[in-house]
Design a protein around this ligand. Structure first.
Ligand code: FES
Ligand SMILES: [Fe+2]
Length: 359
C-alpha cells in the first residue's frame, strides 16, 4: 500500500473548493429575462452546450445544442414556429426536444430521436435552469430575489464572463473584508474599521453581516445623501450553490439599516460555464433616485470596475495558481472573517458528496 504524503493530502483538501465536482441538482441563473426572445442562442452551462429560446407562449426553452443524428450543433439550424430544425439534414424537434419530423428517406422517426431538455423557468427577472434530475426540480427551491423586479426599486442589470471556477467568486462575496483594499479607491472605502459583524446559518441559508461606524460617505451613496459621514453596512445572504444577495447601504451615523437609509440590494449569480469558467450575472436594485438615469451609471461603473476589473481580475489570477498550488505546497490559512465561507463550503461539500454517491 502506498503511503500518502500528509502535507500533500492537506493541500489537496484545501483546494477542494476549487476542484470539487459541480453541483447538478440545483437551480442556476442562465441569463436575464430580456435576453430570451424569438432568436435562439447557445450557452454552455455546467459544461453542457445548451440552446435557449422563448416559446410563443412565453416560457423559456432549453434543449441540448447537439443533434442526435450526426451531432451537428442545433444552433446552426433554424427555428420554425416553436420547433428547431437541424441545419444539416433537417430533423425537426419540438420545444420539449422530441423529434416531430424527418424529411429524409422513408421519414420514419427513430424512437430515440430526441434532444435532452432541461427544466427552466422565469423568476425575479431572470431565467433559471435545473441541471440535475428533472424529478427533483422543485421551483420552491429558488431563493427570493423579488427585489429585482420590485416596482419600488430600480435595478441595473449586467453580467460578464470570468475565467475561474465559480467558487472563487462565491468566496469573494462571502468575505467582503476585501472591499477595504481591493475596492478602496473605486468605492471610496479607505481606512474602514469593522465595527460589528455577525454570521448565521438558517437552515442552510448563510448570512454574514458587517457594519462600519462613522466613516466618510462611500462614493456609491454620496450623491444621494446629505451627510459627509455615515454608518455603512454589507449584509450578505447565500443560497446554494451560488445565489448571493448583498444588502448594502449607508445611513446617517446611528441609523444603520433604518428608514433613513440609502440602500441597494445586490444580486449575484455565479453559474459555472465549465469547471474553470463562470457566467457572472448581477443586478443592483436601489431604493432611491428611481427616475434618475445618472443613478444607473454609478452602479454600471461599479459593475465595470469593482466586479469586473477588480474582483474578477483577482479571481482569475487565483485560478492561474490552482494547478500549481499542490506542487508549491502552500498551506492555506483561515482568518476569523472566513467563517461564512467555511459554512458555505461545508454545505457544498455535502451536496457534492451526495451527488457523487448517487453516481
Ligand atoms: S445532423 Fe441533424 S439532421 Fe443530421
Ligand atoms: Fe468585491
Amino acid at each position: 500500500m502506498t503511503r500518502m504524503d500528509p502535507s500533500k493530502a492537506t493541500t489537496a483538501k484545501q483546494l477542494r473548493p476549487y476542484t470539487r465536482p459541480l453541483i447538478k441538482n440545483a437551480w442556476y441563473v442562465v441569463g436575464w429575462a430580456e435576453e430570451f426572445g424569438e432568436e435562439p442562442f447557445a450557452r454552455r452551462i455546467l459544461n453542457e452546450p445548451i440552446l435557449f429560446y422563448r416559446a410563443t407562449s412565453g416560457e423559456p426553452v432549453a434543449v441540448l445544442d447537439v443533434c442526435p443524428h450526426k451531432l451537428a450543433p442545433m444552433r446552426l439550424g433554424q427555428r420554425i414556429g416553436d420547433d428547431m430544425q437541424c441545419g444539416y439534414h433537417g430533423l425537426r424537434f419540438d420545444k420539449h426536444g422530441v423529434c416531430v419530423h424527418n424529411p429524409q428517406g422513408n421519414g420514419i422517426i427513430p424512437p430515440n430521436a430526441k434532444l435532452k431538455s432541461y427544466p427552466t423557468l422565469e423568476r425575479h427577472g431572470a431565467v433559471w435552469i435545473w441541471m440535475g434530475d428533472p424529478a427533483k426540480a422543485d421551483a420552491g427551491l429558488i431563493p427570493d430575489f423579488s427585489h429585482i423586479d420590485d416596482p419600488k426599486r430600480r435595478s441595473v442589470k449586467g453580467g460578464h464572463h470570468v475565467n475561474c471556477n465559480y467558487m472563487m467568486m462565491v468566496e469573494n462575496l462571502m468575505d467582503l473584508g476585501h472591499i477595504i483594499f481591493l475596492h478602496s479607491q473605486t468605492g471610496g472605502l479607505e481606512n474602514l474599521v469593522l465595527g460589528e459583524s455577525k454570521t448565521g446559518n438558517d437552515n442552510g441559508t448563510i448570512t454574514d453581516q458587517r457594519l462600519y461606524h462613522d466613516i466618510a460617505t462611500p462614493n456609491l451613496f454620496a450623491d444621494h445623501m446629505d451627510v459627509t459621514r455615515c454608518d455603512f453596512w454589507t449584509d450578505i445572504r447565500w443560497n446554494a450553490p451560488s445565489a448571493i444577495r448583498n444588502h448594502a447601504g449607508a445611513a446617517p451615523c446611528g441609523h444603520a439599516r433604518g428608514d433613513r437609509s440609502t440602500d441597494q440590494l445586490g444580486s449575484h449569480f455565479l453559474t459555472p460555464e465549465t469547471h474553470d469558467t463562470t457566467h457572472y450575472f448581477y443586478a443592483h436594485s436601489r431604493n432611491y433616485a428611481l427616475d434618475d438615469d445618472a443613478g444607473d451609471e454609478i452602479w454600471r461603473h461599479w459593475q465595470r470596475t469593482a466586479l469586473k476589473a477588480e474582483d474578477s481580475m483577482v479571481a482569475e489570477a487565483i485560478q492561474g495558481v490552482v494547478p500549481q498550488a499542490e506542487e508549491l505546497g502552500v498551506e492555506m490559512i483561515v482568518l476569523s472573517t472566513d467563517l461564512s465561507g467555511i459554512r458555505v463550503n461545508r454545505i457544498l461539500e455535502e451536496m457534492a458528496q451526495a451527488e457523487e454517491s448517487d453516481g
